[in-house]
Write a protein that binds this ligand. Structure first.
Ligand code: M6R
Length: 619
């Protein structure tokens, strides 16, 4: 939610800021701006709309200067507009501030600042920061920022520059990510690693309440009382090419097609001599041996992975699991104790509600485990233990490869627990590991079928668009499944609605008769996941009931399913045969692609859907 970049060095700041913002655009894209300091003068250019609008503006009148800060916004306080775009200035126009987060006590602070004569130009919470820094500035920007952040409540990652100190950028963070990139004769500040990977792989992950000062020659980090903090840099192992489209039309498509490799790499990394290994996990195995239940907490797609995780862990390791969305968990009074393991699933590791849920679980004395993709993220650092999904950077707002990586980690956790707690025999464990390995191959095989631009799912999407218009835009999607594939029905619906803005709901198919069947007429397209032998007949009945009421049925079945031919469904999607427990790894692929092709047909901005941002760092 909002991306920040800062640069100080010898190169043209504008170019580095724009390139960095481009890589952070997934964090917000309703307006963007830069402030560049040159000869004791700060110039600010900002524009409503995507970064490309700002880039076009700046290409016509580039800003000179080798120090600057930039921002790409996802609006919280104040509509997306030119006046609300960052950077924000103080009254004298000597200070510029960019901010990610929410200042919760901004109204009270604004009132006091107004009484002192400060004039505000925007509706944002951020603008109080530039005025507070102005108020506290007595010739030392770092000190003024320290005094400012001591007054604010809420979350922030900020970067601040001042015309009177044209040799430094000051940053600070609390509950919003901020990293420092270490260069030679230049240094960088950013919300996330991709922004700086063109220039350096050495980063410092800032902690809450750190105040950082960047000059060309160095970086110093202090705490809120001004004490120097020692920070060891981390080396980023992945390359910037991983954060590029590599010839694909969209990041989402590229990330969908990367899923087979993600699974294969996971197998290579996590299976050793027939055992599951989690090298980075700092929770002792005795904790896993003695735990009585598991609480999985997450948001959005990660929540759907958690729902599937429950089926997997309960079936393999026989440990009771509960699953909750982070925003609900944190405000209820869950029954937890020291024998509960709370598992927080988060691609970004920065989702505000998930981070708050983690802290709540810790406060209640539970052991906590993060399943995260982003290295060094807040959840990864604050949890008692972390297991990384290592799916590589996920740039598209709609999560795909992070989801299958989270599912895969749940299979591994379940196998790990089953083996530690002797819930399965040695041969049972071996056969699960073997089947898991097979899945990586089958996933690549399945993806191979959709490699051509003119594949069956693309054709179904075209048909849907025609139908949608013929039905005067009243068509929509339902996703039905049972048992372990039910969370994928939710995920398929989420994917479709977030990138194509078409109404879509996921239901456990058995619930249809308890209400949702009332919706069925000739408008909905109903995707029915019927790959599991155990519930196959029941799913066929569901399809009949939908067809009888005029609905359009897309049946997802296992290759070789002959029965489906007798059921007069409209479209069929086949997945390779795999043990039922592992089927969610495969059934989700066509759902992701179908969502992608529908959005493509309708001509929407697939990687940056409206109103969304990749990591939701505010409540
Ligand atoms: O970074 P996180 O996994 O914590 O993010 C959780 C959700 O915000 C995220 O999965 C969201 O639902 C995606 N846009 C779905 O595609």
């Amino acid at each position: 939610m909002c991306g920040i970049v800062g640069y100080i060095g010898e190169r043209k700041a504008q170019d580095i800021l724009l390139k960095g913002l481009k890589r952070l655009e997934y964090r917000g894209y309703d307006s963007a701006g830069v402030a560049v300091l040159n000869r004791h003068k700060i110039s600010i250019v900002k524009r409503q709309g995507k970064l490309s609008v700002l880039s076009t503006e700046l290409s016509g009148r580039p800003l000179a200067g080798t120090l600057g800060i930039g921002h790409t916004r996802w609006a919280t306080h104040g509509a997306p507009s030119h006046k609300n775009a960052h950077p924000h200035r103080d009254c004298k126009g000597k200070i510029a501030v960019v901010h990610n987060g929410i200042i919760e006590n901004y109204l009270e602070l604004k009132k006091n600042l107004k009484k002192k004569g400060h004039k505000f130009l925007s509706e944002t919470d951020t603008e109080i920061l530039s005025h507070l820094v102005e108020e506290h500035y007595k010739g030392n920007l770092e000190e003024a920022v320290r005094r400012t952040v001591k007054m604010v409540k809420g979350s922030y990652a900020i970067a601040v520059i001042h015309e009177d100190e044209p040799y430094r950028i000051v940053g600070a963070r609390c509950d919003s990510p901020l990293i420092v990139g270490l260069g030679k004769g230049e240094n960088f500040l950013a919300s996330d690693v991709p922004a700086i990977l063109d220039y350096t792989h050495d980063v410092i992950y800032l902690d809450n309440h750190d105040i950082v000062t960047l000059t060309r020659g160095g970086v110093s980090v202090k705490d809120l009382s001004g004490r120097n903090m020692r920070k060891s840099p981390s080396r980023i192992k992945w390359d910037i090419s991983q954060a590029e489209k590599a010839g694909y039309k969209h990041f989402m498509l590229k990330e969908i097609f990367e899923q087979g490799d993600v699974l294969r790499n996971m197998l290579e990394e996590r299976i050793d001599k027939g055992r599951v290994v989690f090298n980075e996990l700092e929770i002792p195995s005795k904790v896993f041996r003695s735990l009585k239940n598991i609480m999985i907490v997450a948001c959005g797609t990660a929540y759907h992975a958690g729902l599937t995780g429950k089926y997997i862990i309960e079936e393999c390791a026989r440990i009771p699991c509960h699953v909750d969305t982070s925003s609900e968990f944190r405000y209820r009074d869950p029954v937890l104790d020291k024998n509960t393991l709370v598992v927080i699933v988060s691609q970004s590791g920065e989702t505000a509600d998930s981070l708050a849920a983690l802290r709540e679980a810790k406060r209640r004395g539970c052991k906590t485990l993060g399943i995260c993709n982003v290295l060094g993220s807040s959840i990864a650092r604050e949890a008692d233990g972390v297991i990384y999904t290592h799916a590589g950077p996920e740039i598209a707002v709609a999560s795909t490869k992070a989801y299958t990586a989270q599912l895969a980690i749940f299979y591994l956790i379940a196998i790990y627990l089953a083996s530690l707690r002797k819930a399965l025999t040695a041969s049972g464990i071996t056969s699960l590991i073997k089947e898991f390995g097979k899945c990586a191959l089958l996933m690549n095989e399945l993806l191979g079928e959709y490699k051509s631009e003119y594949n069956a799912l693309a054709a179904y999407a075209q048909e849907f668009k025609r139908y949608y218009h013929a039905k005067h835009n009243k068509s929509y999607f339902l996703y039905l499944a049972r048992n372990i594939n039910y969370p994928n029905a939710l995920e398929g619906a989420l994917k479709l609605k977030e990138i194509s803005y078409i109404s879509a709901e996921g239901y456990p198919a058995g619930e249809m008769k308890h209400g949702p069947i009332a919706l069925i007429d000739e408008n909905p397209w109903v995707v029915c996941i019927a790959t599991q032998a155990k519930t196959h007949d029941k799913m066929l009945s569901n399809m009949q009931e939908i067809k009888a009421r005029g609905g359009i049925v897309i049946a997802m079945v296992t290759e070789g399913d002959k029965e489906i031919m007798h059921h007069n469904v409209n479209y069929v999607i086949e997945i390779p045969p795999v043990r039922e427990l592992f089927s969610p790894l495969l059934t989700v692929i066509p759902l992701q692609l179908l969502a992608y092709y529908v959005a493509l047909e309708f001509g929407y901005d697939i990687d940056q859907p409206r109103n969304l941002a990749k990591s939701v760092t505010v409540e």
